[in-house]
Design a protein around this ligand. Sequence first.
Ligand code: M6R
Length: 598
Amino acid sequence: MCGIIGYSGPKEPLPILIGGLSRLEYRGYDSAGVAILDGEKLTIEKKEGKLQILKDHLENSKINGNIGIGHTRWATHGVPNDVNAHPHSDNQKEFAIIHNGIIENYAEMKDDLLKEDFIFESDTDTEVVAVELGNQWTGRLLETVTNVAKKLDGTYALVVTSTKEPGTIVAGRMMSPLVLGVGEGETFLASDSAAILEHTNKMIFLENGDFVEITNGKFKLFDINMNEISREIQEIDWKVSEAEKSGYDHFMYKEILEQAEVIERTISGRLEVGSEEIPIDLNKAKGFEKIWIVACGTAYHAGLFGKDLFEKVLGVPVSVELASEFRYREPIVGKNDLGIVISQSGETMDTIAATELLKENGSHVLALVNVVGSSLARMADSVFYLHVGPEIGVASTKAYLGMLVGQLLLAKHWDSEGKLDTSFDEIKQLPALIEKTFECEDQVKKISKSINEKNDIYFIGRGLDYALAAEGALKLKEISYLHAEALAAGELKHGTLALIEEGTPIIVTASQHHLLDKTTSNVQEVKARGAYVIAVGDSSSKKLQDISNDYITLPEASEMLSTVISIIPLQFIAYHVANLNGESIDQPRNLAKSVTVE
Ligand code: M6R
């Protein structure tokens, strides 16, 4: 959460900062700001609201300099306004700091500084760090920042510049992501590699406790005690165009339509028996006593899908856990267990903490992540990259599909007895099948008109279809702001059926043939109470088709792949309903991509 960008080099920083912030806006969009250092002249400009407001404000201003830092904010401490926006300054206005994370002991530090007559303008935890920097100046920026960092409890990616040492940026991280972009005679900083990809694909992913001193475009890495360290430079193979809207109105829509192409990459090289791209082989997989799938949000929903598959092929119990809950209870994790942590960003704070817990208990951790070099990828014992490219829309779409397919590939490789009703040959056809599923979009657009004004929408399904329903409901509510709830279809009559009345939309996913009759009976029950039923299934579900108000027919495929592609109509429903209602699809209110705070 919160986007960070920094630049040191021969070019004018302002256009680079604005370009980077535009790519980072999905990380937070309640205010934005920049600080530019020109020799000993420090200029800070910041504005409440979307980045465009800052851009308009800066349109005719010429702020030249040799160093710049910029920030887009997702508020934690203090309401979104101009004053609480970053960068923040010390009392003498000699330091500029931007910060991602939460300083937990800021109140105590603030009390101490107030006793020494320092003053504060904002309600943020970050300003306390800025004021403390002014208070602790030692004569060298790196030393001052590391000294102050030693006093901080909590999480941070900090970027600091100061008139006291013109030409230098110092940055450091603890639990919040920070990437260094290595250019020719220039150095970039960002919270996310996609923000600087247009300038360089050579990146260093800073580790917790790493600090960097950048002077005139050149950098040196240090630990918190100022011992020089080195880190590997990684080359990122994402295409710049993947992080651009390329003429589409919304990233989310572009990312839905990219799914055929990106899934081609997810499966590539992973369909052959014995593929080295499968990080855990069958023998090892069979040896685990229990599997814990741990994740948040959409990634958790993907885990619900994986549970059934892994239990079926390995005969090992699987527990799917919300990372934010798992980390604070005392799960009985053993050293012969496998933890599968799932995350698009690889930076979700709760999932990282859950991973630490799994590792502390000696279990093997396999990370299914999208972002190469992310924290989870580095922490895990084994990594399976989704390879779906940068996902910018806050509402996850292609990464979710990548998570389903990733787990399906693992399960298929572990399926020694052929228990899954699909083959590698069929999985190879998945991109074409996804393409064919896109044909439902016009029908979905019409259906969306019948639900965009309803207040409550229910998604139901059984088995794997329930996992899909959970994701369908989340997609709809996060971008349309309508109340949507997912239920295992058999649970309706245990309470929620009381809410069903004339015209209540019920969206049914029914790809599981062996459960079709049961699901159809549940649909009869809601129909009898006047519900408006929209069902997603294949052409064999005649009875369900007959009783549904709208029926979205999936292309012919095995039951397993039908389930996988069922998410596409649900993604289209969420997108078109939100679009009809004129909502800010890529930047839904109160949310941000990559939840790096608790
Ligand atoms: O980066 P992660 O996959 O770990 O993120 C987890 C959730 O924050 C994320 O899936 C969130 O629920 C999405 N906004 C849903 O669309």
